[in-house]
Design a protein around this ligand. Sequence first.
Ligand code: SAM
Ligand code: SF4
Ligand code: SF4
Length: 344
Amino acid sequence: MPAAFDSLPMLPRDTLGRSLHDLRISVTDRCNFRCVYCMPRAVFGPDHAFLPRDGLLSFDEIERLVRIFAQLGVEKVRLTGGEPLVRRDLALLVARLAAIPGVRDLTLTTNGVLLPSLAARLKAAGLHRVTISLDADDDETFMRLNDAGVPVARVMAGIEAAEAAGLGPIKLNMVVKRGWNEHAILPMARRFRGTGRILRFIEYMDVGHSNGWRLDDVVSADEIIRTISADFAVEPMEPTARGEVAERYRYTDGAGEIGIIASVSRPFCGDCNRARVSADGQLYTCLFATSGSDLRSLLREGASDADLEAELRRIWSIRDDRYSELRSAETVDLPKVEMSYIGG
Ligand code: SAM
Ligand code: SF4
Ligand code: SF4
């Protein structure tokens, strides 16, 4: 082996042999929706204390962290929130991250309503793709779920704006919560098959501790597939990448594919190569973590790049998370970090 390769530092592996490949960064804890399964109005109402502006990581701080993460093997970066598009000047951050060597895939998850005014700017700044959330295709169901009076047409306008800007192919996320929107599974499948937009059904998860999650509220992957199969024949596809969370299925008539993210009924911790940084700069090595590592303090107390890299290596090397494989009646009540801080 050439000497130059010999001296390259090893990329970190956790205690279960998993590498670090994906990074999700929450850029704000605020949102213009109040989805019942994420930011229920009873908890995130007028009295809720959101992070003060100086509590959020600055663009300088985020860029610095992403550079270091990229040196440790991160190739895929997703911006999320809260609603990432409510963070002021987000396109400026996108431009900085797009320029970091090693970042091959730069994406964003959004509820879509601000895309008509922002999609072109984000594309020009270097964003590759967007994932847009939409939980039903009828206004009554969707507005009950988003609890912000936003009709489906506003999200559809966002989808179209993203496609027109070149941010496709679009993936769509639909969280399925029993008693709320399982009746929308087939209409959503019907609406999006054959459009090139990839609809992904997400099992409702016990993230955080304010959404009152119960196992009975989960509509399982099996049930979702059974529902779709009543009208359309689908067959499983091979995964395209290790660590891909969605199980892919294709319509046998050639009308495209769907995905299922079954983190409750079919956990995928064995392949989980994802780190998450919350809006206030805590590093979480699992979506269901009860505590994080305070990167914001390190950044603000003058840590050097080498210090930060060493700390990230240390944290990843002791990681042993596999919450979904261990989920039980007891774990559900743990004081886990809220989705709107950690970003899904
Ligand atoms: N606001 C953006 C959005 O909704 O797309 C980005 C942040 S949101 C927290 C990221 C994703 O997490 C969304 O697709 C949302 O539907 C999903 N999500 C939120 N709470 C969830 C839960 N309890 N179970 C499963 N998915 C959830
Ligand atoms: Fe906002 Fe997204 Fe959470 Fe809905 S899922 S409340 S859009 S952060
Ligand atoms: Fe990864 Fe934690 Fe989800 Fe398992 S439960 S897949 S370790 S985020």
